[in-house]
Design a protein around this ligand. Sequence first.
Ligand code: PEP
Ligand code: MG
Length: 574
Amino acid sequence: MVFRGLPVSRGIALGGVFVYAPFKAKVGEQYIGAEEKAEHNSRFNEALKKAGMELRELQKKMAGEDPDKAGIFEAHEDILTDVALIDEILNLINDESYAGDFAIETVYEKYVKIFADMDDDILKERRADFRDVKDRILRIWTGAEQKNLSELDSPMIIFAHDLLPSDTATLNRKNVLALVTEIGGNTSHSAIIARSYEIPALLGIAGVMASARPGMEAVVDALDGDLVLEPSGEEKARYKQKQADYQRSVEETRKFRSVEPVMADGTPIGVYLNIGSVGDGELEAQAYTGGVGLFRSEFLFMQGKDLPGENQQFQVYKKAVEAYGARQVILRTLDIGGDKTIESMDLPEEDNPFLGCRALRLCFQRTDVFKTQLRAALRASAFGNLALMFPMVGSLEDIHKAKYYLEECRRELKSEGIPFNKDMNVGVMIEIPALAVMAELVAREVDFASIGTNDLCQYLMAVDRLNPSVAAYYQSYHPAMFRLIHQVSRAFEKAGKALSICGEMGGDPLAVMAFIGMGIGKFSMAASNVAAVKRIITRLTMDKARELAGKLQRMTTAPQIEDFLKTEMDKLLA
Ligand code: PEP
Ligand code: MG
């Protein structure tokens, strides 16, 4: 069986299928007769015992890897063994004739509601833990298998309808050969994580979950976009060969990873890194990059059921700046919303989340969360070269408002005698077209800006960046993209302010050639793109780059631009 998908993270994988379908309990109102009560009592007790075993197992497993996660499961065990709660469930079964699963659902949901109504934000968030424990007991009740990405203990190909950023953020990358999903696009966060972990990924294969079965073998060709389920011996041999060829070409390019990003005529270019955490893998890349051009701080908020506190955030940001010494680390404030939700905040459902209360807009509603992050960032600024960047800025009022909260935090820290860098650079992401159009006004207000091409393309082309059925309209090489970015570059050059590109186009060697010709000299990208971008930089001269940018201005369609840049790159690399 062969399927076609969108290859969003390059590579080839062969291996066993792991079907990831998180358990969702469906419990209806149901009552039982007197003769069934004994059975429901013992089934409930059995489920409690099994759930306890699972939780202790998880604690043991996590204790060595991540003590914070072990703590979560310990707290879950406390909830599970709460005597009052167990009594309430048994009373409903024995006195009110509730079916066991209906009794579990009723009692747990009662506590979820009690916590949800609390004023204290920390206590409020405990409701997620009650839901989690409830789902565990109900899953065992129904006899369904335990599934969790962090529990994969051998390398497999993961199949899922969709992967939430919180799923991908907690997965153990050593055991993931490839990702296959039914939805998602090139700039969805599962794609971004897959690229930064260098895991081959094919997204947007509608209906694939109906065909994928545990125990099957699969081949993921995330170079050409093919998925083969139950490959024949001949197919396996062919793909193994293709995998080996690809691996060789990756090794060849990788030689460029550590070279200085200097053009053939001696012009230096900045090659920076996009990171989502400060794990060893991410920080390893500091050896061959000039700094961090985009630290997506939201991943830190997705890993637990509680919001990270000021101290916890401070430690993470401090670790990043210390790893980079004098080199700059640009921390982007929380960008939640769109395809990124977090369990630790109760966000309203929206019909159009990408056009909704996302990122800075959400921070303006939850100024407590925003200010906690700003305080943590300011404190970390005392330990290195930290810069702060606001996402989803659409107007000058947004900039003024964000700066107002930052100033408030500066005043607070000053009065508390806590040190921070009072000259910390402050910038914005240019990803809403309105801001790009008035770039010269923006340049006056900020120390720097970075163009987020992922969202800029989504909003400029009016295409949902996650919807595979309109992926063909998501044209990053659209002439309007290059024209607009050129315009922004001119405005920032005139104002003498720094400008970089940190969306996926910033790691695309084809686009980078054109952007250099437009006067942009700093690019931030996933670690996996560094070698290829450096390679093209070392082959290019400024004269050639300007010539390309000039020719490109006269082109009229995305395919024309892409073909042109490909031909030019092939010539340079020949
Ligand atoms: C972008 O929009 O280009 C960007 C870098 O931000 P994100 O992909 O995290 O939305
Ligand atoms: Mg963005």
